[in-house]
Design a protein around this ligand. Structure first.
Ligand SMILES: [Zn+2]
Length: 191
């Protein structure tokens, strides 16, 4: 899940306008940002179900004990929220922490029963929607479309009659839409 998380962050930006978009985008991928180096170091692993297609969409059991266990995700979310609260204020810090935690909640329906409560215990959580790539990708696309639409509406609101700001709002909305769909397409194509 990558694009779906971005879509959700765009939707949050529509409501929480004081929190910078980049921080929400970072928050929504935060668990995976930490996951990447741990994956590289072999501390966390991804085992493809079909080893001939290692990058196939949703085709892996993910052993992300630290970053994607419930407790691990909570700790990482609090760390990011507290770190950014120092710069953007308490409210933004809370929003950023919650958005970081939303990553875990959004991964839950898709993961194939490999998410843990505490690192090191057997993974049992995850409803396995990845068994149906079409359903999973549809949910992600829905999040991208809904998130971008909400963001676009809010950005237009903020811009008001200011032509330059309206142009900027349109450009940002377009970038979000194109970026979200491109990420999802690459993901589904197994790149
Ligand atoms: Zn994840």
């Amino acid at each position: 899940v990558i694009a779906g998380h971005f879509g959700f962050a765009a939707a949050v930006k529509a409501k929480e306008r004081a929190t910078p978009l980049w921080a929400l985008m970072l928050a929504t991928q935060w668990l995976d940002v930490v996951f990447a180096p741990l994956l590289g170091a072999g501390v966390e692993t991804m085992v493809p179900l079909d080893s001939a297609k290692p990058n196939e969409y949703g085709n892996a059991i993910i052993h992300a004990d630290y970053t994607h266990s419930l407790i691990g995700a909570l700790v990482l979310s609090v760390v990011l929220g507290v770190a950014l609260a120092a710069k953007y204020g308490k409210r933004s810090g809370v929003v950023i922490g919650l958005v970081a935690m939303s990553h875990w909640l959004l991964d839950l329906p898709l993961h194939r029963g490999d998410m843990q409560i505490i690192a090191g215990t057997p993974g049992t959580l995850g409803f396995g929607l990845w068994r149906s790539p079409a359903a999973s990708a549809s949910i992600e696309l829905g999040l991208v479309v809904a998130g971008t639409w909400l963001y676009g509406r809010a950005a237009r609101d903020v811009a008001g009659a200011d032509t330059a700001m309206r142009r900027r709002a349109r450009l940002c909305t377009m970038l979000l839409a194109v970026g979200g769909v491109a990420v999802l397409a690459l993901n589904v194509a197994g790149v």
